[in-house]
Unconditional design. Sequence first.
Length: 346
Amino acid sequence: MTKNGLTYAEAGVDIDAGNALVDRIKPAAASTDRPGTMAGLGGFGALFDLKAAGFTDPVLVAATDGVGTKLKIAIETGHVGGVGIDLVAMCVNDLVCQGAEPLFFLDYFATGKLEVEHAAQVIEGIAAGCRAAGAALIGGETAEMPGMYAEGDFDLAGFAVGAMERGAFLPRDVAEGDVLLGVASRGVHSNGYSLVRRIVEVSGLAWEAEAPFGGGALGAVLLAPTRVYVKGALAAIGTGGVRGLAHITGGGLTENVPRMLPDGLGAEIDLSAWEFPQVFRWLAGQGGVAEAEMLKTFNCGVGMVAAVAPESAASVAEALAGGGDAVFEIGRVVEGSGVTYSGRLS
C-alpha cells in the first residue's frame, strides 16, 4: 500500500499565501521609489545605482535593528501597522547620525503562520516609514516557520543602507562650548517596552482602557510610532553647522549623547529645558521609577540631539524644526565625560 504523500502546506508552510503577500505589497514598495532604484520586488537580490542617486565618491553606511517587545503590545491589541514605521525609524535615524542619507531598506518578517492581511499591514507600515525617510523599500524576506512562534506572534528586523560623500561623516570637530539642541520625541518610540509592559501589568489596566494621561486607549497611545527624523536632520546637516547627532534610543540621554562626543568631553543637560511628556510622567509615577533610571531607559521627550557650533545654533534649529518637530536648546558640550544634569524633569 502506498502512503499518502505529504505536502509543504500540510507541514504548515503556505507558499501561495507568500505569493499573495508579495502581490499585495508591490504597490506599497513601488510608492517608495527614489532615484537609484533599479528593480522591483521578486528577484534573488535587489539592485541600487549610487551614481543615479547623485553620489560621486560615496561611502556606504549600514544599520540594522528591530522593534523589541513593543511588538507584544501590537500583537495583543491587533494594531500592527505602526510597528513597520518603528522598524524603519530605528534604522534610518541611526544612519543619519553618521551623516548618511538613507537610500534603501530591506525587512525580515517571521511568523508561525502567515496571515496575508496581517502581514500586509505591517509591511505597508514599513513602506510608510520608508517614504518618510526618502528611502526605497527594495526587498525583504517573509519567513513562515511553524513551531517557531506561538499563534499570532511575529518578529521583525530591518536593514537600511545609506551613503555620504567621502569626508562628510559625523561626528566631527565637536568642541567644548558647542550647543546641544534636542528634537522632541513623539511618545516612547521603540525602547524600554519590557519596563513599559511591566508597569502596565502592575497598574492593572487593559490595553483598551483609556490612558490615564489622555490621548485615547492605553495600547494605542503606547504604540505611537517612532519619529522619523531624517528629513529635518539632513536639512540641518546641509547648513554646515552640525558637528554631531545622537539618536536617543536604548540607554536614553545618559548613554547616547556621549556616543557623539570625543574623549575628554562630556555634556551638561538642563532637564527643565523641555516639558516632560505626560506618558513618561505616568510611567515614572505608576512604576516608582527613579529619574536617573528614566533618563537611561527612555527618551524622556527628546528623540534626537544635535551638537552644533554656537554661531550656527539658530540656523540648525530652524532646519531641524522644518521636519515638523519642536526643537529645544538643552545644554552644552563641556570638558569631562558622560552626562551631568541640572534641573528636574517636570
